[in-house]
Design a protein around this ligand. Structure first.
Ligand SMILES: Nc1ncnc2c1ncn2[C@@H]1O[C@H](COP(=O)(O)OP(=O)(O)OP(=O)(O)O)[C@@H](O)[C@H]1O
Ligand SMILES: [Mg+2]
Length: 223
């Protein structure tokens, strides 16, 4: 069975009396180990789709199975539990905790999950940080790092819980090309290690990193 199986997803946002139909019947399926890029113009529904695939939001209608679990009808806490166990996110804006050190930031998802000692959490965080070339930055605060380094910290944080899927929205949008290349190397490495990645991007050369493309237009997957 595919890791992601979504059928006929729709999402309608209510803005006052206006209905915004952000998704109009989207079918997506992603196999374990795939690296997929989602492209499409601004407003075509890419982030809306990512939020649903990542269990940050639920569809208005349609079916969604993630890693064999039917999640389309889950809400609130039940949805958050699936998200915490199965999904790692990387956003354009890094979203690191400014007062925590780099290693504490990376270890945070394990703290939320529970069941790990502080020592065990930090040990795993350091292993990941070394993998992404940040072994000499573990005690720093995020504002002491470059943009590319911060984003690699975010990649390590997304991976520490060994999620079934890594969801990435415009990961290089705030980076210059050299820093962007370092971040893309981190994803390549994660993919080679067996991680499944779905990435939204505007940039054709970033999309070219992935092994399959899904193009969206007007809330639908374009032919
Ligand atoms: N929370 C919301 N409330 C109301 N409308 C929304 C909301 N989020 C998104 N939309 C609308 O849904 C549509 C799809 O938005 P979405 O953010 O998914 O597009 P996108 O493809 O990610 O665009 P971009 O490339 O600019 O990030 C747009 O018309 C947007 O205005
Ligand atoms: Mg978006």
């Amino acid at each position: 069975m595919a890791l992601i199986e979504a059928q006929e997803l729709t999402k309608v946002y209510q803005l006052g009396r206006v209905d915004v139909r952000a998704l109009r019947g989207v079918d997506v399926s992603v196999e374990r180990g795939e690296y997929v890029a989602i492209t499409g113009p601004s407003g075509s529904g890419k982030s809306t789709l990512m939020h649903i695939l990542g269990c940050l939001d639920s569809p208005t209608s349609g079916g969604y199975r993630l890693d064999g679990e039917d999640v389309a009808n889950l809400r609130g806490r039940a949805l958050a539990q699936v998200r915490n166990r199965k999904v790692g996110f990387v956003f354009q804006t890094f979203n690191l905790m400014p007062r925590m050190t780099v290693e504490e930031n990376v270890a945070l998802p394990l703290q939320y999950r529970g069941g790990y000692s502080r020592r065990a959490r930090l040990r795993r965080a350091r292993t990941l940080l070394e993998r992404f070339g940040l072994g000499d930055r573990i005690g720093h605060r995020p504002d002491e790092l470059s943009g590319g380094e911060r984003q690699r910290v975010a990649v390590a944080r997304a991976l520490i819980g060994e999620p079934a899927i890594l969801l990435v929205d415009e990961p290089t949008g705030n980076l210059d090309s050299e820093a962007g290349a370092e971040v893309l190397r981190a994803f390549r490495e994660a993919h080679a290690a067996g991680n499944t990645i779905v990435m939204v991007t505007h940039e054709p050369d970033v999309a070219a990193e992935a092994h399959r493309g899904i193009h969206m237009a007007d809330g639908q997957v374009a032919a």
